[in-house]
Design a protein around this ligand. Sequence first.
Ligand code: DCP
Ligand code: MG
Length: 597
Amino acid sequence: MLELEASRDLSKIWLHTDMDAFYAAVETLEDPSLKGKPLAVGSMSMITTASYEARKFGVRAAMPGFIGCKLCPGLVFVRPNFERYTHYSELTRKVFQSYDPSFIATSLDEAYLNITSVCIERSITGEEVATELRAAIHQETGLTCSVGVAPNRMIAKVCSDINKPNGQFILPNDREAVLTFVYTLPIRKIGGIGKVTEQKLRQVLGISTCQEMLQKAAFLCALFSECSADFFLSVGLGLGGTETPKQRQRKSIGCERTFIATDDSSLLFEKLANLAENLMDDLQKEGLKGKTLTLKLKTADFEVRTRAVTTRGYINSKEDILIYATKLLKAEMPLSLRLMGLRMSQLHDEKDDSSTSTQKTIDIFFRSSNSNLNVNGTNVQSITNISGQDNGPISVTTEDGYLVPDSGTGASTDQQDFFVHDESIFIPEQRNLVNYNNEAVLSNPVIGDGLGGAKIDDVTHTAKVMNSEKLDDVGQFISHEATASSGKPGQQLWIDGYICSICGFELPPGFEEERQEHSDFHFAESLQQEETVDSKRPICSERLAEKQCSTTPSPKKKLAEKQCSTTTPSPKKKLKSSKGGKHIPIDAFFAKCKKNL
Ligand code: DCP
Ligand code: MG
């Protein structure tokens, strides 16, 4: 308790404002004939709020409407109209803004304002601010609100309820005043103490008022977690939040539309353009740009697919968004869709100069240090855009960012939220595949091919097939690659046309250059791993030299064939060698290759 007491801060003045019978008041304002009548906003099954006239009969929010009718036979019902409430809420927020630009809105009709600066700058009291603010809100909206002023948010909220409706209550910034106020206060009045907690505390410990929290402090500490006990004791001491919590940075921004299922491609691209425009508006409204664009699709069969692309630079114009979105959608065509969504993550604030990144990406690093090495110098996290365009795509992610930490930071949670409401069959399976493949990469990079025909629906099955191949046919991947690489090397790696069979990384068919590089990356990786297994073998650098000297696939084929002809290490041996610390860092590996050139 002493520790808590030491944290008491009486230097701030907080104001809590709560609109009176908000929905009902808005409805009455819009339809003055309702004035003075017992009014319920909602339906026979549920009431969202009741006018003060109806409350006299016991009609309350969250009460079934038919009970309200029993309590108050003349009860008038109005259906909720959320657009209206949002409109009026925005009007109130304009007023709040002028008193505290960092005000905390906790619902459409409630907000906390730190009025300390206003009081100091204008040499006025909290009471004067409260009176002025209530008048301003009434003038702006025609609605009334009630206000509480106190040294912290917890008490300010209790205070705003004391003289409801259309009233205010001010608690001075004085320790004795605060303690006196909370001592007799019923615990149920405190935000965070609901019906269940109240009953537990009252029935088990005999605690009904805040003062009794302090009297029974030992029980609270013994029976509850430290966190809960701290909270209860803070309540008893009248302590609450005094600092404005730091605003959580927005992680992503997006929009989606549901429509009647259609496979008309021109209609789908039209809808995509609308989405791109909406996304642009939303991004620009908030002064944001983004780097990872995710396209969400729900097919006519309710299968949810997501495809994402990470651009080199930050974008927020409709044109830029549409370039990437179109590429992603085209790769999925033809298909019949009932929903499309676009989401931008990896955001940065346009105003924030420091985030205009000038940091070298790893691919630029490799390109500048040795242009011959750039292809092999790429990795899954940063795939070089050979075309060299400024805003060229550098990587394509899975929707959860598993494989691309770069885009996964921060975005993943939001991106997962993006799918919360969808019955997704595809995504969990895709994750299985990704997890499986990650595992495979760690334990054994050698995975069989021949999966090109696998359907999305068969992904789980595919993983099983791959698993058995992994166990039984160690070394087959290189062998398969050798066979396939007589055509285009790397193409055999794409399960169902877009999922890398080694790491689960997604690259739709539209991203040919990136696919090529991705395959090259795995190729270099496999060479490196071989070197790890037997660092004495000179063949590895030889192979890379051959590969780097040529842009045609044939040397690669030769290399793969050479690899094939060498004794393929057993998985056990590989595992042992990687654990044995023989792993050569990638930069040392390339330096060695460069020397050989
Ligand atoms: N609301 C809701 N469902 C609830 C409670 C409230 O939909 N269970 C809506 C309707 C309210 C609005 O939220 O108008 C604000 O909630 P309040 O608790 O602030 O209630 P009121 O503003 O209606 O009345 P009061 O004067 O008590 O603040
Ligand atoms: Mg209210």
